[in-house]
Design a protein around this ligand. Structure first.
Ligand code: DP6
Length: 376
């Protein structure tokens, strides 16, 4: 009788939030970007995708994916590209060692769970594709490095390539047409600058209205400033941001926070904007009061603002926001002392109190972690 064994492997993978943003594609099929980007990987204690990848001759003949208990379409080009690439690496292994079970020919069953709302802009596609690729690579016993796997995860969702690493991560845009040099690399591990904190203001748990892909394409088609951003601004920002991270220089890190066109485009074109702009106002008021940059804002692929700050400034950043948004849920996860928030613009505070559904307090964290906990 044919081998009916169920082979399986599980992993968790993190969310990452860009501080130099990927915005625009030079190849939409391969998700090749028009600029390099840098992100901070966030702690999986608060935000992660857990994925089990399994294969067996006893499974139905077609591949399947279950996310938070609901079946997903796996026929899309992005998921198919990931399956195809991983299968071909496994097939090469099998060809070189005939004693290996022929897993590349078996149907895949993938089961995933997020511990945060899917498609709310909380980089769910990044953690999702990173976990899918890492779990299948574990299942297939591939020796590929995270950078090698980033080439595959990128084809699932661009930002997913950065979620294969913890800490501070760069996605080098590359120049080749086949995308073989468009890869993620570690800038610094989480342990290099472990005091980085992130306060996420969750604006809406609803699915975002416009996908990143179509938002990007609109920008590329309609903005004359776009080319200048890709060619002049981002290369400079990449260099400065890497230096800021290596030197743990928060002021320099925060100064780059505007990511100007990128953020403005995102807010104006893709998302509901009043909540996002109010968050920007709050960060600016906090910095004005501190007399230096102690808080830096960015956004995910949705309307949610992410405020980065260092642990030592918890009171004057997170504490002040708590003083204004104390009744919003999420604060109970950490012991943050609410501070007087009269430095904040009252109109901004009102908009945020109406538009923010919860806060998530988190910090820089590790890359994918292999686990024995199976979802099957
Ligand atoms: C604004 O990676 O979601 O978060 O490649 O089309 O899947 P696709 O886009 P996606 O875009 C994320 C865009 C961003 C910026 C960033 O993460 O760098």
């Amino acid at each position: 009788m044919a081998d009916q064994k169920i082979y399986q492997a599980s992993t968790t993978a993190p969310v990452n939030i860009a501080v130099v943003k990927y915005w625009g594609k030079r190849d939409a099929k391969l998700n090749l970007p028009t600029n390099s980007s840098i992100s901070v990987t966030l702690s999986q204690a608060d935000l992660r995708t857990h994925t089990t990848a399994a294969c067996s001759a006893s499974f139905p003949t077609s591949d399947s994916l279950l996310l938070n208990s609901s079946p997903q379409d796996v026929t899309g080009a992005r998921t198919q590209a990931c399956f195809r690439e991983l299968r071909s690496l496994r097939a090469a292994l099998e060809a070189s060692d005939s004693s290996l079970p022929k897993l590349s020919a078996l149907p895949l069953k993938i089961v995933s769970e997020n511990n945060f709302p899917t498609a709310a802009g909380l980089a769910s596609s990044a953690a999702g594709f990173a976990a899918l690729v890492r779990a299948i690579a574990n299942l297939y016993d591939l020796s590929s490095s995270p950078t090698e796997l980033s080439r595959i995860a990128r084809q699932g969702s661009g930002s997913a390539c950065r979620s294969l690493f913890g800490g501070y991560v760069a996605w080098q845009m590359g120049t080749k047409d086949d995308g073989s040099d468009s890869l993620a690399v570690e800038v610094a591990p989480a342990s290099h600058w472990p005091t980085m904190r992130a306060l996420i203001l969750v604006a809406s748990a609803k699915q975002k209205k416009v996908s990143s892909t179509s938002g990007m394409q609109t920008t590329v088609a309609t903005s004359e400033l776009f080319q200048r951003r890709a060619e002049v601004v981002v290369p400079k920002h990449m260099e400065e941001m890497e230096k800021a991270i290596k030197e743990k220089d928060f002021e320099a890190f925060g100064k780059l926070r505007l990511f100007w066109f990128g953020v403005k485009w995102n807010i104006s074109l893709t998302w509901s904007s009043d909540v996002s702009w109010a968050a920007v106002g709050v960060v600016e008021d906090i910095n004005r009061k501190a007399g230096k940059i102690v808080a830096a804002y960015t956004f995910d692929a949705g309307p949610n603002a992410v405020i980065y700050y260092e642990e030592a400034n918890t009171d004057i950043v997170a504490g002040v926001v708590k003083g204004a948004l104390g009744s919003v849920s999420g604060w109970e996860s950490q012991d943050i002392k609410a501070q007087a928030s009269d430095v904040l613009d009252a109109a901004d505070v009102e908009v945020l109190n109406k538009g923010i559904t919860r806060v998530i307090l988190t910090q820089v964290g590790e890359g994918p972690i292999r686990t024995e906990e199976s979802l099957i």
